[in-house]
Design a protein around this ligand. Structure first.
Ligand SMILES: [Ca+2]
Ligand SMILES: [Ca+2]
Length: 324
């Protein structure tokens, strides 16, 4: 047999496996409840026009995965806490971060320390503090959960937190090079398209989207992948350790972030942080802009606040792919 024939036979064999593999994959994809299957594919991650930590935009290829259609709700988390007895970080330390609009100041420029307060007994069942509760908010996203609290929930369901790349791919909804999950037009300025902050943050929230704080999940239209609140409502934990220059060195396939010891937040060197994604009801056009699909934010994994929640993904192993 000539080497050409061997090569051709080998190629046909590989092609056959590829076709069978993909046939099995397509045939066997049966979405778990309230999850969407995201096909494997490539996309341009990051932005050359955004913040420095979003540079450079670069092509990333991902395996397919399932992702929750909605942010995890208070009802979901209540079920988990009841079944497992899990105590969140803020329940253990008995305090957490809560947003409070500061007094207007003309004397100096305000910063995050002016609007974040460490409130005693703020936790997921009391998002603003002891006088607050989640009654009537079962379908709102759970907040006041740390990275570990979020991961524990996902693991309980045999799921994971999304990687930063999975999150951005999902948020873009198949659109390439756009600024927002719906495209590049700033439609949020004239339409109630996401839950963010309208007006001059942190003093004036016009609430023209109908919500000063969290909104029930799914109150706004899904993106083209069928995902609700993938931008806006609450920030969402992802699994990557944060590094502002990661995109200059990240692998092209299934990037997972840097190691914990390599993580750096220039604002707090020496403190390893995870990334959060998607922006929240506190993100305005004059501050944060976290609802841009390429926007990244570092967050201490043992921190929690009243504007950060999460959703889960389910990654399929090779074994699972062939077991159907
Ligand atoms: Ca709002
Ligand atoms: Ca969100």
């Amino acid at each position: 047999m000539s080497s050409t024939t061997q090569l051709t036979t080998g190629s046909i064999f590989v092609l056959g496996i590829f076709i069978i593999d993909n046939f099995l994959l397509i045939e066997s994809v049966d979405s778990p409840e309230n999850m969407v299957w995201i096909e494997s594919g490539s996309f341009l991650m990051g932005s050359d026009r955004g913040m420095p930590d979003e540079f450079p935009s670069h092509e990333v290829t991902l395996d397919g995965f399932f992702i929750d259609k909605f942010e995890v709700t208070n009802a979901d988390y209540r079920e988990f806490a009841a079944a497992t007895g899990h105590l969140t970080f803020s329940e253990k330390v008995k305090d957490s971060m809560v947003f409070a609009a500061p007094q207007q100041s003309h004397a100096r420029r305000l910063g995050p320390l002016d609007w974040w307060q460490l409130v005693q007994h703020a936790d997921w069942q009391h998002p603003q503090g002891p006088d607050d509760n989640i009654e009537g908010r079962a379908d709102h996203p759970v907040v006041q959960v740390s990275y570990e609290d979020a991961l524990a929930y996902c693991n309980w369901l045999d799921k994971d937190l999304p990687t930063e790349a999975q999150y951005e791919y999902a948020a873009r909804g198949g659109k390439q090079g756009e600024i927002y999950s719906w495209g590049s037009e700033p439609r949020h300025q004239s339409e109630a398209i996401i839950n963010n902050w309208q007006g001059d943050f942190p003093h004036q929230n016009h609430q023209s989207d109908g919500f000063a704080g969290t909104a029930p999940v799914g109150s706004f239209a899904a993106n083209d992948f069928g995902l609700h609140d993938i931008t806006g409502n609450v920030w969402e934990w992802v699994s990557d350790w944060y590094h502002p220059a990661y995109y200059a060195m990240s692998p092209l396939k299934n990037p997972q972030g840097v190691t914990e010891t390599s993580s750096i937040d220039p604002a707090e060197p020496g403190l390893a942080k995870r990334s959060i994604r998607g922006g929240s009801f506190l993100c305005s056009d004059n501050y944060c802009m976290g609802f841009r699909v390429s926007a990244r934010m570092p967050a201490a994994p043992d921190s929690s606040s009243n504007h950060t929640g999460f959703r889960c993904v389910k990654n399929r192993t090779l074994l699972e792919r062939f077991s159907h």
